[in-house]
Design a protein around this ligand. Structure first.
Ligand code: ADP
Ligand code: GLC
Length: 484
């Protein structure tokens, strides 16, 4: 039976992306829409979206949104892509800035956004069965929907799913935001339900008030119940553990397809990967100023450069790693310490290591296609999209066994030949370097083993198919609860 689902998030492809959240919101709705569901997505109208897509947007209209103490206008726009309707909420002062998040007034900005999303539903008169909210930017939605629209049965009939993509970003703000920006009274702080330290937490609100909570891999769904990975939300997550599902992400396998990808110099598939990757490696070496060498193992890294991603395991051991017969191509931005270390590395190992500081979608595709090994030694990783892209492009992921990395990468077993990558368990640089050495040895001295691995990586199912089944089951479960 088909359902109507509204996805609410801070970012979504193809319009705007800072990380894996945008990949997911750009691909899961599409996969659900293909199965006949009425799926729509709503995000803020950011400056970058206006710059690139304004002409393609259709203006719906403007209403006054009652966000706490003040009324402010929200203008709604829409566009359709792949059977999914995308809505955009315009508020010049809040959203037409250089970045998406990271401002002093983030709480106020996303309080407005969430209220404007809920008001949009009656404005466009489309009543979804499910609102599927994502990450801290949208965590207040289930509570606001119940508390603010208590008299409207149409709002009360909506079921709520809340997905945690990264528990480390929680949206914790001062308590006065309750009346001033959210239109809620202090009782939700007083009763402890959204209290966090001396303030309130959007993330905690999502966890407490959604009908079901999901996170993006089974392993991460267990990890976050522990103190180590729980980011001080483990107790409330344990309280809701019966309603917590771990569903692994997929990727859009039509967008990410080495056979048709226009950003590559040569297309290839699992049968032609050897010639295909050879040509792409050569082009990448030329593009980035690496020594052009067909035989050398090229390691790639495409990532936010933050502690989460394990980048300091790498920067701690640059000399050891670069002492191997390898090349290293790094793409990303992030913490200054990491950026500086990689800039130093490029300078020290000219022609052998290169660091491209920035966000570059096309170069990312070319790195996945051109590299042999893709490094992702994350300290924690809710799911990870990078390793899925890498496998699809025949670059073997070398990952730490945590979260979704553990669930998607099967380490090489040299006795049976099984696996689709390499992994290590302990979060320390010794184990990572040991595994890089071992992978390097396999690359040079066990070609049949390596070829088998590439073949199995490229044929690993990284699509949304299986996980879309699970999301459907989840929606059906909550929609079939009484009172709906
Ligand atoms: P996270 O969302 O935690 O950053 P994921 O692995 O889930 O990590 O998703 C990261 C996504 O962003 C991947 O699609 C990756 O290719 C992409 N990405 C990360 N950094 C860059 C960059 N500097 N340039 C282009 N794409 C990037
Ligand atoms: C977050 C996580 C990442 C995950 C992505 C999409 O950014 O850090 O592991 O893949 O969300 O769910």
């Amino acid at each position: 039976m088909s359902r109507s689902i509204l996805f609410v998030a801070g970012e979504a492809l193809p319009f705007i992306k800072t990380g894996g959240l945008a990949d997911v919101i750009g691909s899961l709705p599409k996969s659900l829409a293909k199965r006949g569901h009425d799926v729509r997505v709503v995000i803020p109208l950011y400056k970058k979206v206006i710059d690139k897509y304004y002409d393609e947007l259709e203006r719906i209209g403007t209403i006054q949104v009652h966000s706490g103490w003040i009324d402010q206008p929200a203008t709604y726009y829409k566009a359709e892509r792949n059977g999914v309707v995308y809505y955009f909420i315009e508020h010049q002062y809040y959203f037409e800035r250089e970045s998406l998040y990271g401002y002093q007034d983030d709480g106020e900005r996303f309080a407005f956004f969430q209220r404007a999303v809920l008001d949009m539903i009656y404005f466009i008169d489309w009543w979804p069965n499910v609102i599927h909210s994502n990450d801290w930017q949208t965590g207040m939605i289930p509570l606001m929907c119940h508390a603010i629209y208590a008299d409207d049965y149409r709002y009360q009939a909506i079921r709520h799913v809340y997905t945690i993509h990264n528990l480390a970003f929680q949206g914790n703000f001062g308590v006065d935001m309750l009346p001033s920006c959210l239109g809620l009274d202090y009782s939700y702080f007083d009763n402890g339900s959204i209290k966090f330290d001396s303030g309130i937490s959007f993330m905690k609100a999502g966890i407490v008030y959604a009908d079901k909570i999901t996170t993006v891999s089974p392993t991460y769904s267990n990890e976050i119940l522990t103190e180590t990975y729980g980011e001080r939300m483990d107790a409330v997550l344990r309280y809701r553990r019966e309603d917590l599902w771990g569903i692994v992400n997929g990727i859009d396998t039509t967008e990410w397809n080495p056979k048709t990808d226009k950003m590559l110099v040569k297309n290839y598939d699992v049968r032609s990967w050897q010639t295909g990757k050879k040509a792409n490696k050569k082009a990448l070496q030329e593009e980035l100023g690496l020594e052009v060498r067909e035989d050398v193992m090229l390691i790639g890294l495409v990532s936010r450069l933050t502690n989460q991603k394990g980048v300091y395991l790498i920067t701690d051991r640059i000399q050891e790693i670069m002492g191997l017969d390898i090349q290293f191509a790094i793409l990303g931005t992030g913490e200054t310490n990491a950026e500086n270390a990689f800039a130093w590395m490029e300078n020290e190992y000219k022609g052998k290591a290169v660091y491209y500081k920035g966000y570059n979608e096309e170069l990312a595709h070319r790195i996945y296609a051109g590299c042999d090994l893709f490094l992702m030694p994350s300290l924690f990783e809710p799911c990870g999209i990078g390793q899925l892209n890498a496998m699809r492009y025949g670059a073997l992921p070398l990952v730490r066994e945590t979260g979704g990395l553990k669930d998607t990468v099967q380490p090489f077993n040299q006795y049976t030949g099984e696996g689709n990558g390499f992994s290590f368990w302990a979060a320390n640089a010794d184990d990572m370097v040991y595994t890089i050495r071992w992978a390097t040895d396999q690359y040079y001295n066990n070609r049949p083993g390596w070829k088998g691995l590439v073949k199995s990586a490229m044929t690993t199912d990284v699509s949304w198919e299986k996980s879309t089944d699970v999301y459907e089951e989840l929606y059906y479960t909550i929609c079939n609860w009484p009172d709906n």
